[in-house]
Design a binder for this molecule. Sequence first.
Ligand code: ADP
Ligand code: MG
Length: 271
Amino acid sequence: MAFMNGKANGTANGTPSQPQNSAPAPSTQTPIVETIDLWRVYRLGDLEIPALRGLNLTIGVGELIALKGRSGSGKTTLLNCLGGLDKPTKGQIRISGEEIGNWNENKLTKWRRHQLGFIFQSLGLLPALSAYENVELMLRMIGVRGQERHKRTIECLDMVGLTKWMDHRPYEMSGGQQQRVAVARALANRPRLILADEPTGELDSKTGSEMMNLFRSVVRENNVTMLMATHDNAVDDHVDKVLHLRDGRVVTKEEFNAEAEPEAELAEATA
Ligand code: ADP
Ligand code: MG
């Protein structure tokens, strides 16, 4: 289940190459993502809505990370900022040590097209296109041609176990299969970083767990890094690290859990 271009060693992307057999050592490598005092304040007329409030995080190369938080805690806003789809109001985002606020539109677009995979909450599959065509379109957009495009499309559908379903359109597939098409499409450009917004949200627990196993092998075998927003507790066992988000900030697990049971606290206080 690995990309075929030998990218796992990372030399083509400017990351230090590592000896084939050594375990990755994220702590000594420049983090792939780092945010420093990140703020995103939405304005609605006179109203200011701070979705991110001084968020700090560090993500090492090759990590599979769950971003957990209640609805409204800022998960989608963060992913959009990291993917260059939205601009923070204040603070820094560093990708492999480079501050992306200093990048021009051209560089940002290049990075988004060639190094980033995005799995949207809504999936965003085109209903009139087959699974094959949905994946292939992504490669057309980044200018991959002919046989190479065909080869990569098949490779990605194979990685998610959908070879037999490639001629089917989204509405002819189950929710889990549609989700896998979205994963295949996110893998098509052989990204270094995958951002996923609640990718297991609509799935039953068995399918969700299969999806997590898929993510795990994709991350392990391709040296990809993945950050996935979720509020599914079942993912905890599948990931390297859980980041807890609350009111637009990363908090400790204890702080996060303290918020989760306000009713219990109330009951205790009034007992
Ligand atoms: P999550 O993905 O964790 O549910 P969001 O990032 O979508 O959280 O939202 C964080 C906060 O920002 C919420 O209070 C939400 O209402 C607000 N918000 C998100 N997008 C917008 C927007 N485009 N305009 C105004 N407020 C927004
Ligand atoms: Mg969201």
